[in-house]
Design a protein around this ligand. Structure first.
Ligand SMILES: Cc1cc2nc3c(=O)[nH]c(=O)nc-3n(C[C@H](O)[C@H](O)[C@H](O)COP(=O)(O)O)c2cc1C
Length: 178
């Protein structure tokens, strides 16, 4: 049987991003899968640029989304909203024809420095993706608050409650992918 393809997307670009660690943790919790790390370091959406031809890194992302069985999205909130990096990527993806996001399964997670774990940005991401017909795997919001305290030197999540939440959500995704 072929392995399911999981595309991990971090709404933060920095190398030591806690959200990058979080999506890696979720992909590990899924088990046997082909995991691709998407790169959201894309040019800003611009209709003129689009008219000249979709930029190569955007096309790569579109192709990866098309191939993926599920998206695993982790993002901080920035100023109580969705990160610009993630929103820009979604804007580009929303322009692909045919729609690459329709019925795509997705798990959303967030890690942030604040005590709500990026809840407001998480809600926004959920709302935008739902509008684009993404099939978000529902469940209690997975929010890593004070993220700087929750990951070890090895980049692994230390918090057992959160690890349990992630394991449950990825088990749900496994069921959904059959
Ligand atoms: C521009 C900016 C805005 C931020 N706004 C928030 C915020 O609204 N809520 C919050 O909890 N943390 C906020 N933070 C802190 C981030 O949660 C923190 O930097 C987090 O580690 C970013 O995720 P990362 O580790 O994946 O890069 C902000 C950080 C930046 C750079």
């Amino acid at each position: 049987m072929t392995k399911p393809v999981l595309l991990t997307l971090s709404g933060s670009l920095r190398k030591a991003s806690f959200n990058r660690m979080l999506v890696a943790e979720a992909a590990r919790a899924y088990g046997d899968a082909e995991v691709i790390e998407g790169d959201l370091n894309l040019p800003l959406y611009d209709g003129d640029v689009e008219d000249e031809g979709v930029p190569a890194p955007v096309q790569t992302l579109i192709d990866q989304v098309r191939r993926a069985d599920a998206l695993v999205i982790g993002s901080p909130e920035y100023n109580k909203g969705i990160s610009g990096v993630l929103k820009n990527a979604i804007d580009w993806l929303s322009r692909a024809k045919p729609n690459v996001l329709a019925d795509k399964k997705a798990v959303i997670l967030s890690a942030a420095a604040g005590r709500t774990g990026g809840e407001t940005g998480h809600f926004m991401t959920h709302s935008i993706l739902t509008q684009l017909q993404v099939n978000v795997i529902h469940g209690p919001l997975i929010l890593v608050a004070a993220a700087h305290n929750e990951f070890g030197e090895d980049g692994r999540l230390k918090n057992e409650f959160l690890s349990g939440q992630i394991a449950d959500r990825m088990a749900r995704l496994r069921e959904e992918l059959g």
